[in-house]
Design a protein around this ligand. Structure first.
Ligand code: NAP
Length: 632
């Protein structure tokens, strides 16, 4: 039997070093691994987790239980080592089900099994890997973008044996993680889950990696899968046009032709800078967070930071020590929840366990997936019978509000003015909820940091003027004002059958069959398209993997059936959009009190966000239903 990296790599670690590692590991994950090593279910039956919460990987177990588990584990692991670390025998499906329920602290229903078993990949077969076609002829695919989904597309197309070229506007891979180099930039989905399922995850330095580490990760994946020769960097696509047989992709200097196009440009890529009157008169440097000008030294300077979303939230604590004064302009207060691991490095013992203990990394991934996935959706769904629809939309949403309020109040409750400014006035999770380890609010409490809630009226050569007439002097302005998230595929012109312009077809309401394809645009597939943004949890990499499997099935169908074109039919597409809209209107994200949110378009409608449970979407894109497609 070949050994997958999920099964753990053999080791000769000393007892003392194993014991030291066990001090640092997640005990529930350790116990699950012990079941694999021994085949003995007592390691879960003799212990109980007290609960599961996002990023709490110790199951709230007591210190006594954790110590008992470590003491039991040491001789078992040492004996396993002495046997030469054999590949554990597969466990029965019934036992795996029991382990899932134990790990989740609840029954993992039948509907979730296909998704979670795929993510666990206990067989080490990479279940989303496409079958390799023997003969794909001269079929050629253009992928636009080499961020996380474009790199993934490259890996999967290569595995399928389909010729492809990735066109990337930047000079390296990583997309968001290539571009966003602002101080403090880091991911807020745990990395042992926010990474490709088919790659080992024992290499992270941080549980929530900073940008350089993420950027390196994507470069490493490109290298490991030998994608380099297939990527054209510094090549920005301006338009894609269907000519009846092929797509022509134009960069301004060059054209490429392809049988099919996959867009992998993300939703949060094109900076949005508000058009404040006088902005062009500002005398000092000013730049968007995603285009941070590292030639500008903020040390000893007065910095105006406009925007307090995920980016502003990370920038303020990262630069506060250096600047003379920091003025943060926050239009809307943000809900946040505690994440004590947010800035923590991965301890050596955890890394050792990821590498050596059978399936430790897989179960750890599950502990991150499960509470962070559809649980967020539970708190986001409006309960029409819930009486108070102003402060909260359901009982569970009200509980989230109490918890988040508590977290904020314990930090700034002693400063009523600041508390009033930072407490949101809309239901919890109504906008993207931010993760916090206390650094944001402690930064706002510092003497040389001010938080301004008054709207911005204009910008002068020397600072920012608020609507009450106060001028806030600044040497540097940072626009952490987000992205043109609702303008899917902006600014690329996409022309389909009969000269139809995709942006004109969409207007302000982008839609796509299963978020992937649009009638009238043959052989055109999107990752992270309309309705694919995950506001309730999960990981975009997971979503991209599900979408790429589906897109590969479509490409293989085109090739093996010798079709010229494949596109979804209008009726199933309209039906998918109608159902998506019906569901999205039942969520807190659509709450009328939320006037500013990158989920909403200029009409206050939401077309970019997924309303679906991960398991529902997994089923919807598991394999294409060919009767929903027009084939030629
Ligand atoms: P964002 O969440 O859209 O936040 C933009 C900020 O700018 C908000 O505070 C917004 O206020 C403010 N703003 C926009 N236009 C304004 C105007 N005309 N006047 C005053 N304020 C204005 O953008 P972001 O912070 O760049 O984050 C975008 C997304 O990128 C995140 O939600 C996340 O998905 C991703 N991201 C993730 C991470 C991470 O993983 N840690 C880090 C950064 C970004 P309003 O709230 O009132 O609109």
């Amino acid at each position: 039997m070949t050994r997958s990296f999920h099964a753990g790599q053999p080791f000769d670690t000393s007892e003392a070093d194993i014991a030291a590692a066990l001090e640092e590991v997640s005990i529930p994950t350790l116990l699950l691994s012990l079941v694999h090593i021994t085949g003995d279910p007592r390691f879960i039956r003799d212990y109980q987790q007290a609960g599961l919460f996002l990023n709490e990987v110790q199951g709230f177990m007591s210190e006594e239980d954790k110590a008992r588990a470590r003491a039991e584990a040491l001789p078992v692991i040492a004996a396993y080592r002495d046997r030469g670390c054999p590949i554990p025998d597969p466990l029965s499906p019934e036992l795996v089900r029991e382990m899932l329920d134990w790990a989740a602290c609840e029954h993992v229903g039948e509907d979730n099994l296909p998704l979670v078993l795929e993510e666990l990949d206990l067989d080490g077969v990479d279940p989303r890997r496409p079958a390799r076609l023997d003969d794909t002829g001269d079929f050629h695919v253009i992928v636009i973008g080499a961020g996380e989904s474009g790199v993934l597309a490259g890996v999967r197309l290569m595995q399928a044996g389909i010729r492809f070229t990735v066109l990337e506007k930047n000079s390296g891979p990583g997309g968001t993680w290539w571009e966003n180099r602002y101080p403090g930039a880091r991911v807020d989905v745990a990395n042992h889950f926010y990474c490709y399922s088919f790659e080992p995850s024992n290499h992270w330095d941080h549980f929530f990696a900073e940008q350089p580490e993420l950027r390196q990760y994507f470069a490493d994946v490109v290298a490991r899968h030998d994608l380099g020769p297939h990527i054209r960097f510094n090549t920005e696509v301006r338009s894609a046009r269907w000519d009846g047989d092929l797509w022509t992709i134009d960069t301004g200097n060059e054209t490429f032709t392809a049988n099919a196009v996959i867009t992998a440009v993300g939703q949060l890529n094109r900076p949005s800078v508000p058009d404040f009157p006088g902005a062009e008169t500002f005398a000092g440097p000013s730049f968007h967070s995603a285009a941070w000008d590292h030639s500008v030294d903020v040390t000893g300077k007065r910095v105006a930071l406009i925007g307090a979303g995920a980016s502003g939230f990370q920038i303020a604590p990262a630069i506060a020590d250096k600047v003379e004064h920091l003025t943060v302009f926050q239009r809307t207060a943000q809900w946040m929840f505690p994440n004590p691991m947010y800035h923590e490095p991965v301890a050596d013992g955890v890394r050792w366990a990821m590498e050596h203990l059978p399936y430790y990394g897989r179960w750890y991934r599950f502990l991150l997936l499960w509470p962070g996935a559809d649980k967020g959706l539970d708190a986001a769904i409006v309960d029409p019978d819930y009486a108070d629809q102003t402060n909260a939309v359901s009982e569970i949403n009200a509980i989230a509000r109490i918890m988040f309020t508590d977290w904020i109040t314990t930090q700034v409750g002693d400063d009523p003015d600041l508390l009033a400014k930072v407490l949101p006035d809309y239901p919890a999770t109504g906008k993207r909820t931010l993760q916090d380890n206390g650094s944001w609010l402690s930064t706002l409490k510092r003497d040389h940091v001010d938080l301004i809630r008054t709207p911005i009226e204009r910008i002068t050569p020397t600072g920012v003027v608020a609507a009450d007439g106060t001028e806030y002097a600044a040497d540097i302005i940072v626009y952490a004002t987000g992205f043109r998230a609702t303008e899917v595929l902006f600014p690329i012109t996409v022309t389909g059958r009969d000269g139809a312009d995709l942006h004109e077809v969409w207007g302000r309401r982008p839609y796509a069959y299963r978020s992937i394809a649009v009638p009238g645009f043959p052989n055109f597939f999107m990752t992270y398209g309309p309705g694919a943004h995950l506001a309730h949890g999960g990981s975009l990499i997971l979503n991209s993997e599900l979408q790429m499997r589906y897109i590969n099935s479509c490409l293989q169908h085109l090739i093996t059936e010798k079709l010229r074109t494949l596109e979804p039919l209008p009726e199933p597409t309209a039906e998918w959009h109608r159902r998506s809209q019906e569901e999205i209107r039942k969520t807190v994200w659509a709450h009328p009190s939320i006037t500013h949110s990158y989920f909403k378009n200029a009409d206050g409608e939401i077309h970019t966000v997924s309303p679906w449970r991960l398991s529902t979407y997994h089923a919807a894109v598991y394999e294409p239903v060919w009767s929903d497609f027009r084939e030629e």
